[in-house]
Design a binder for this molecule. Sequence first.
Ligand SMILES: [Zn+2]
Length: 203
Amino acid sequence: MGTETSLYVSKPCLCGQGQLIVNYCTPDHPFAKPSQYTFQLFVECAVCKSEYDLVEQGCNATLIRRADKLNREALRSKHWAKRTEFMEREDVKFYLKLFAGVVLSAGPATFKHRLFQQADMMTMDSVATFRKTLKKFGDEELVRIHASPNSMPSLMKVIGVKNDELLRELAMLNELWKQSQEPCPPVIEPLCTLTQEAYRQSY
Ligand SMILES: [Zn+2]
């Protein structure tokens, strides 16, 4: 079982010695569904490749600087490290324990489920699913699994504590996340839209 690759877009690269390539790929076997498609993007030029990268950004094939891409990756790693640090703070661990204590004494699963939702944790789970996972993990472990930095403000309200310093730290953490998610500035106009519809319309 292979892949069928069709050329979608090719455009001269910036230095003019190579090409910017976008391929449309579908699985080449009888059971393939029409929705199974991917795009392949690459810079086919040794000179440009060292400085630029062709990436999918907001549904477009966009040429960006490698340096910008590396910068976003570094910010994402930094955010992840800071996030881990945040959840390891003594006050955070204490609040989670306190919350688990409240939950533990809170009675039926429906009530615990509501408390979890009030604390911005696992709001998507139905009561039935919640009851099952609660049985499997226990209150304290389930709190630990579902707590995130962004659930802390609501969680703190539920247990009735105030901590401005923690909230400032959280704001910094979210700012770092925002920076890491900033799209890289396009070097040139986007090459094409990366949807099946756009690909089909190009023929
Ligand atoms: Zn080039």
